[in-house]
Design a protein. Structure first.
Lengths: 127, 127
DNA sequence: CGGCATCCCATCCGATACTG
DNA sequence: CAGTATCGGATGGGATGCCG
């Protein structure tokens, strides 16, 4: 966790590109290989731990745990453990998480609409 | 650079669930601590190298170079060197880069609108 | 099933020195 | 000014084992 050390508590204004700007706080949480995909999966409804893990190929148990803890910390998902045997744990988006996921849909749509252009740019540069 | 060293051509790509494969390609490019912020800065117009570096708190010269090379590779920015003394280099968004930046504005707006909720969630969990 | 703890290696990144 | 080159420490994350 990389919470910013709170400086002087006076000025409520933040530099748009300093470490405590809202965009950076949010990006530091979601801008990794997997989080956006997990939010997408949870958008379809509550999911169990291993259900998530198996849905995203290459995602390890350790990393999934870290991601879910982070999302929980920020109030984006809830974790519910049912006292079954063995235990069942369900993760679900909060309203806040849902609204973020909807916002990220914009990125997904852009990606799908422009992936060709990107791949051609790479090819044009010999990649 | 972060190009894959292994040139194995036909690896079984990520899970078929992902209509998100394009999303993954795009995320692998932009989903880091800095790239979205740089796209935001360039959205206001062309910027010189050190201009960008000084604008983003904590961003090193090395990482900025890597990011700009990556964005160039994907056709999102152009690099123009002017034969002044000393040399001047300008980075500018392509139309593709502009359209991505506009999409990412959605994320920025969400972040600014919901940062309070996130910080309170963290505080409620003792962070 | 859903974790946590440990080991351990790959990658990242900051610091530094040098260059056109 | 805008990089490239190199090194070493920090970090991330896979593999494995254990546990409620």
């Amino acid at each position: 966790m990389e919470t910013t050390p709170s400086p002087t508590p006076d000025a409520p204004r933040w530099n748009p590109y300093s470490a405590d700007c809202p965009t950076r706080v949010v990006l530091d949480r979601i801008a990794d290989k997997w989080t956006v995909l997990i939010l997408g999966l949870l958008g379809d409804g509550p999911k169990r731990f291993n259900q998530l893990r198996k849905s995203v190929d290459g995602l390890s148990q350790k990393v999934l745990t870290q991601i879910l803890r982070g999302l929980e910390t920020d109030g984006l998902v809830t974790r519910t453990a049912f006292p079954t045997v063995p235990v069942t744990v369900e993760y679900e988006l909060t309203p806040l998480g849902h609204s973020l996921r909807e916002t990220l849909d914009g990125v997904r749509l852009w990606a799908e609409a422009n992936i060709e252009a990107i791949l051609e740019a790479r090819k044009a540069k010999g990649m």
